[in-house]
Design a protein around this ligand. Structure first.
Ligand code: GDP
Ligand code: MG
Length: 160
């Protein structure tokens, strides 16, 4: 069936790009318009022998848009039942309250923190990221340039 693996993160950090990278195909729509992923997209992938049921969420945030809100509610249900969380952050932006809230939501859960967009100048506080990760793996990626995916796959395989 696969370990339920939920991808979370603020809009535009690269969640859909991550799903595509791990699936080695363009399954989810990637755009620079926040809120593009409205429904939940699932994809079965095998990462170095570990079967994952990858779930790309609509981004957990407050929204006025009804269709998007339904997606957000589904995301929160998915999160509760997850075996593994992939939390995506943006290397090129300072941490936000929303990022901190996401960390609070996944406290005590198996998670890997992915700091994406390392091709751009760093604006994130990596010391704070490591603190919030609380011993869980932190992996830097540039999904746009297909960098860091091997290291991420290794971090996933090492957990199981
Ligand atoms: P989502 O909203 O979290 O699902 O983010 P997407 O995967 O749709 O990506 C949002 C935007 O960021 C798109 O324009 C991507 O091409 C871009 N993007 C994703 N990964 C990277 C990266 O590693 N570097 C840069 N510079 N842009 C990226
Ligand atoms: Mg998306």
């Amino acid at each position: 069936e696969g370990l339920a693996t939920v991808i979370i993160g603020r809009p535009n950090v690269g969640k859909s790009s991550l799903l595509n990278a791990l699936a080695h195909e363009n399954r989810a729509i990637v755009t620079d318009i926040p809120g593009t992923t409205r429904d939940v997209i699932e994809e079965y992938v095998n990462v170095r022998g570990v079967p994952l049921r990858l779930i790309d969420t609509a981004g957990i945030r407050e929204t006025e848009d009804v269709v998007e809100r339904i997606g957000v509610e589904r995301s929160q249900q998915m999160l509760k039942r997850a075996d593994l969380i992939l939390l995506v952050l943006n290397y090129h932006e300072p941490l936000t309250e929303e990022d901190e809230r996401l960390f609070a939501m996944i406290e005590g859960m198996d998670a890997i923190v992915i700091v994406n967009k390392t091709d751009l100048p760093r604006r994130i506080d990596m010391e704070r990221v490591k603190e919030l990760a609380a011993g869980r793996p932190v992996v830097g990626t540039s999904l746009l340039h297909e960098q860091g995916i091997d290291e991420l796959e290794k971090a996933i395989a090492d957990l199981f």
